[in-house]
Write a protein that binds this ligand. Sequence first.
Ligand code: ADP
Ligand code: MG
Length: 241
Amino acid sequence: MSQSPAPAADQPILEFVEVSKVYGQLHALDRVSLAVPEGEWLSIVGPSGSGKTTLVNIVGCLDRPTSGQVRLGGRDIAGLNPTGLTEIRRTMVGLIFQKFHLIGHLTALENVMVAQYYHSMPDQAEALAALDRVGLAQRANHLPSQLSGGEQQRVCIARALINDPRLILADEPTGNLDAANEAIVLELFHQLHAEGATLIVVTHDSTVAGQGDREVTLEHGRLVRDIAHRDAPAASDGGNR
Ligand code: ADP
Ligand code: MG
C-alpha cells in the first residue's frame, strides 16, 4: 500500500534483538526480542509502567535503545542519528497517540496539512481525502474544540495516514474514547489491516487487544507472554507470505 520498496520474502518489517532501555537502575525495557511480520496486527498489553510506550517510541524513531538491535524495514535503526531517524519516521511510520496533540487554533483540515508539511508538501485535496477516509469530510473546517473525542482521534488517524505508512503505531488509541467511538476507530484499523498495513497497537482494553492477530504482554520491561489469536494474514501486496 505504500511507495516504499517491498521487503525481501520472510523478512520481518520489525525486529528487536535483545533490546534494553535503561534509566539509571530502572530497566524500562529488559532484553526484549520480538519479530513482527509485515501485515501483522500486533497488540501490546501490560500494566502501567511495563515499558509499552518506551517500546513504541523506539519503533517510532522517537527514542533510541540503550542496547540491542532494532531493524525496521530491514534497516538497523538503533544506531541512526536523529536525521536518519526522522527520515525513517517520515517515510515508514504513522503514529497515533492517546492524547490527541491537535493544534487548538487550527481546523481539522489544517491539522492534517501541518502533518503533510513535515512529510512532503501541504496538499489540501489530499488532506481532505484523508479526512474523508476517516468519515470527517463534513468536519474539515471545525476546530478541535468543536469535535467530539472520537472525531479528534479520527483527525489524528487521518494525520498519521498522510504518508501512507507501512507501519502504524498506536499507543492507547482508544484510551479516551467511549464504546461507539472505539468501534469506529477499530473499524478503521480493520480496513488498514485488510489493505496490508502492519499495526502495532498498545492497549489496556482486552476487546481492543483481542482484535489483533497476536498479543504480547510486557511486565517490568520484559516480554513475558506471546499469544497468537489467529494466523498472520497473507500479505495483500506482494509482501512476505
Ligand atoms: P507504559 O507505557 O507501559 O506505562 P513506559 O514505557 O511509559 O510504560 O515506562 C516504563 C518505565 O520507564 C516506567 O517505570 C517509567 O517510569 C520509566 N520511564 C519512562 N520514560 C522515562 C524517562 N524519560 N526517564 C526515566 N524513567 C522513565
Ligand atoms: Mg504508556
